[in-house]
Design a protein around this ligand. Structure first.
Ligand SMILES: [Zn+2]
Ligand SMILES: [Zn+2]
Length: 201
């Protein structure tokens, strides 16, 4: 179970349901599933600019006796906007998801006795023999992208003065606009530099 706290990015996945009729009453039985998520249906929020490929979903559901355990993976590719330089860059993602679902309120209550964070979460009760993966997939995608993403560790970002992308070209703002209060310090460093160039230290 995931707790999203106050994250505000939501990629809402709608109606992803898996039939589990064949697992009922059979402890140890499992089914595998795979599906493709139509990325057009997802709302994107920064830092995601766009999902580039359909998102592949594969997973397994096991009747553990105490619950129906769902485990799976989401893989795809997204166009993200670098927080430092504002350029878009592509990034593959490979996420996992996992949760437990319950046949009825009684099974949920028994399970909750041991694992308190499941207590009373009615959305985890299976309805019409279908496990609804929507929330689980939405949570997994939401947690996948932090608010701050950078195109590379070396990204130099934008110049605070002219707004130019410092990865593409070095502007001359820095040299021209030394803070006057720091001028004595700049002089000091320049002198040091000159000394080094002259071979003395
Ligand atoms: Zn960048
Ligand atoms: Zn500049």
């Amino acid at each position: 179970m995931t707790n999203l706290g106050n994250l505000c990015i939501i990629y809402e996945v709608n109606a992803m349901r898996i039939k589990i009729s064949s697992l009922k009453g059979k402890k140890g039985a499992s089914i595998v599933f795979s599906d493709v998520l139509d990325v057009q249906s997802l709302e994107v929020e920064p830092p995601v600019t766009e999902f580039l490929d359909p998102i592949d979903i594969e997973g397994k559901i096991v009747n553990t006796g105490a619950a129906f355990l769902v485990e799976g993976r989401l893989t795809g590719r997204a166009l993200l906007q670098c927080t430092r330089c504002l350029k878009n860059f592509e990034q593959d993602f490979d996420l996992t998801f996992e949760d437990q679902f319950f046949a009825d309120a009684k099974q949920l209550a028994e399970f909750s006795n041991e694992q308190e964070d499941y207590l009373g979460d009615q959305s985890l009760i299976i309805k019409n023999d279908e496990i609804d993966l929507s929330n689980l997939l939405t949570d997994s995608l939401t947690l996948a992208f932090p608010m701050q993403v950078i195109c590379s560790e070396e990204c130099r970002g934008l110049c605070a003065i002219c707004g130019g992308n410092l990865n593409e070209s070095q502007c001359s703002c820095e040299e021209n606009q030394t803070d006057p209060r720091l001028a004595p310090l700049a002089d000091f460093f320049k002198k040091q530099e000159r000394r080094k160039e002259n071979g003395s230290s």
